[in-house]
Each structure stands twice: as structure tokens, then as C-alpha cells.
Design a protein around this ligand. Structure first.
Ligand SMILES: [Zn+2]
Ligand SMILES: [Zn+2]
Length: 199
């Protein structure tokens, strides 16, 4: 199992500490520019080993790598939240803390996620839809969906991204509609309950 921690500029302190404790062998991979993240994933998508991606602002726990090691599913993850309250969503199809089995890498060619963005997404303000890091997770998820593969959620990791106060205010359509905070919290609770019930 190959474990990489991808970061663009800085690594978040609590996440870095957790990585050093629970995944000390992880390879630190800087993802420069708009397309560095694409390259980081695609160049390791060789089908030889399971590939675990942990982003540098996700705080993993002791159970993350052991549970990935023993799992027979093809695509596994720990869900996490995105966006500040009251816009919080919970994500299970991202790249925050995810395992792509060697089998999945052999089934899905990188060309299936290295392409222009889908036209049903809000146009990317950085690349204009050429397919940069921003929607890489969406393109990978869609490629796997096309093969009938869906994420096996193992748990939940904290996401320590700090959003600026003016997040999403740069223009219309740049953020999703708010949802009640209670509901956002409840989504996390539902994940955890569903996972607990399956064990
Ligand atoms: Zn799994
Ligand atoms: Zn883009």
C-alpha cells in the first residue's frame, strides 16, 4: 500500500502531527500550480499497489491505515466536511482520505479523469474548465461511478481547512445555498451511526 500526503503550500499542524504518528511512512507530495495534483495522482496510478491519498489538512486517526490494509473493497474513504457553516457539506467522494485499490487503478485509465471539467459543474474560476486540481476529485469519482464502483466509507476525519471570512462571496454561484447547521451536524452523525451499525 503506497501512502501519499498531498499538499499545495503548507501542511496543517494537527494534521501533520497525526500523519507523523499514524502514517510515518507517508510520502509527502507537493502539488504545484493548477495541475500538480493531477500529475501527483496520475503518475502513481500504476495498478501495482493500493494508493492511499491523505490531504495535508485532514487529521487521520490510528484506525485509518489498518482499516484500509485489511479492506477488500475497491474504493474506500473516510468522509469529511467541506465549507464553513452554514454551508457545510459532507464529502465521501473526495480525495481527503481515500484508498484506491490496485484493481481500481487497472480498471480505470488516468485519461478517464484527466480531461476537461464536466459542463454541469460551475465553471472553474482558476482554469476555466480545462480540468485542474479543483474538480479532480469529482472527475475521479465520476470515472469510478462509470465502472459501477462506489466509495466504501470507513469513518470520518476532521478537515482543518480555514475558510476566509469572505468565502464564496466573490460572485454569484460560487457557493452552494446554506443549509441549517443542525442538519449539517446531523449528516455527520448519520455517517457515524451507519458505520457503527455495519460493524
Ligand atoms: Zn473499505
Ligand atoms: Zn480548474
Amino acid at each position: 500500500m503506497r501512502v501519499i500526503c498531498c499538499y499545495h503550500a503548507e501542511r496543517e499542524a494537527r494534521s501533520a502531527l497525526a500523519l507523523s504518528r499514524y502514517a510515518p511512512g507517508a510520502e509527502l507530495v507537493k502539488t504545484p500550480g493548477l495541475f500538480g495534483y493531477n500529475e501527483a495522482i496520475a503518475s502513481r496510478w500504476t495498478g501495482e499497489n493500493d494508493l492511499v491519498v491523505i490531504e495535508a489538512d485532514k487529521e487521520i486517526m490510528a484506525d485509518v491505515l489498518p482499516s484500509f490494509e485489511v479492506c477488500g473493497h475497491r474504493w474506500c474513504c473516510y468522509a469529511h466536511s467541506i465549507y464553513p457553516m452554514p454551508f457545510t457539506r459532507n464529502v465521501a467522494c473526495g480525495l481527503g482520505c481515500v484508498r484506491f485499490s490496485a484493481e481500481v487503478q487497472r480498471l480505470v485509465d488516468p485519461s478517464e479523469f484527466l480531461h476537461e471539467d464536466f459542463d454541469w459543474l460551475l465553471p472553474c474560476r482558476d482554469c476555466g474548465g480545462k480540468g485542474c486540481w479543483r474538480y479532480l476529485d469529482t472527475r475521479i469519482a465520476w470515472a469510478l461511478f462509470e465502472h459501477g464502483i462506489f466509495p466504501h466509507v470507513h469513518g470520518y476525519v476532521e478537515h482543518h481547512h480555514v475558510y476566509p471570512d469572505d468565502w464564496g462571496k466573490a460572485g454569484p454561484g460560487e457557493r452552494p445555498p446554506p443549509i441549517p447547521a443542525a442538519e449539517a451536524i446531523d449528516v455527520k452523525a448519520r455517517w457515524l451511526a451507519a458505520i457503527a451499525a455495519r460493524r
